[in-house]
Design a protein around this ligand. Structure first.
Ligand code: APR
Length: 235
């Protein structure tokens, strides 16, 4: 490990589980009986906008009831202190990484606290509820939708993410089931570019065999321990 070591960290719902946000595919991963795939598609939004907006309104409101846990705190500490390149790529639409203080962060699947105008593409900070046909503050079209990357849509900032992975010496995946692409394929890209790969997850995931090392346990324990070891190596 040197001070010029570049790190890419991919996080998923598992890192926020101990803050009280339900994961998608574990127990409790259904919302009022809906599979996430049934409410997170452009077709679902067109078919039943009231349902889809209510789904995201409830999840946005629930952010006020949760706080970052030691895993978010540890990554923010690493971000602040790491001398090399570092990028946290989260699939999560909550804001717990930034509330913990992380700065070098990308939300590849969008953000609950953002609204996207389907007409002009503007992205506005959004705190309250977002009823169907809410007007865009920029162009006025009644076309605001949750700024969430639905199934079948292209995740955000893929070119930035792929460039960071190509430069990474270490790739770490935290709290993700490895079920959703393209994020599930980042480990193979990182390996192809020569990175060491590490998985930190509660249980073996669909992609565990793709990592050089896979550690199982709660993120609130595994992540601070890994961060402490990384920072000790460059102290
Ligand atoms: N610590 C570490 N890992 C945990 C914890 C915990 N406390 N609790 C659960 N996990 C693990 C689970 O074992 C599971 O492997 O986190 C993973 C969560 O997997 P998913 O629910 O599938 O979430 P994620 O991988 O983030 O989903 C990817 O799917 O629905 C879409 O767009 C949505 O971003 C999401 C994407």
């Amino acid at each position: 490990m040197t001070r010029a070591t570049n790190i890419v960290i991919l996080t998923g719902a598992g890192i926020s589980a101990e803050s009280g946000i339900a994961t998608f595919r574990g127990p409790g991963g259904l919302w009022e009986g809906h599979r996430v795939e049934d409410v997170c598609t452009p077709e679902a939004l067109a078919r039943d906008p009231v349902l889809v907006h209510r789904f995201y309104d409830l999840r946005r409101a629930a952010l006020a009831t949760v706080v970052p846990n030691p895993a978010h705190d540890a990554l923010a500490r690493l971000d602040a202190a790491w001398p090399g390149e570092l990028l946290i790529v989260t699939q999560n639409v909550d804001d717990l990484h930034e509330r913990a203080g992380a700065k070098r962060l990308l939300h590849m699947h969008g953000e609950l606290r953002s609204a996207l105008c389907a007409s002009c593409g503007d992205q506005s900070r959004w705190e309250g509820s977002l009823a169907p046909r809410t007007s865009c503050p920029v162009c006025g079209a009644a076309a605001l939708r949750p700024d969430i990357v639905f199934f079948g849509e292209m995740p955000y900032r893929m070119e930035v993410i792929e460039a960071a992975i190509a430069r990474a010496h270490i790739f770490v995946s935290i709290g993700t089931s490895g079920a959703v692409y393209p994020a599930a394929g980042f480990v193979q890209t990182a390996r192809w570019h020569g990175a060491e790969t590490l998985e930190l997850n509660l249980e073996p995931s669909a992609g565990s065999h793709l990592f050089d090392e896979s550690r199982t346990g709660p993120a609130s324990v595994l992540v601070p321990a890994w961060v402490d070891a990384m920072l000790a190596a460059v102290a």
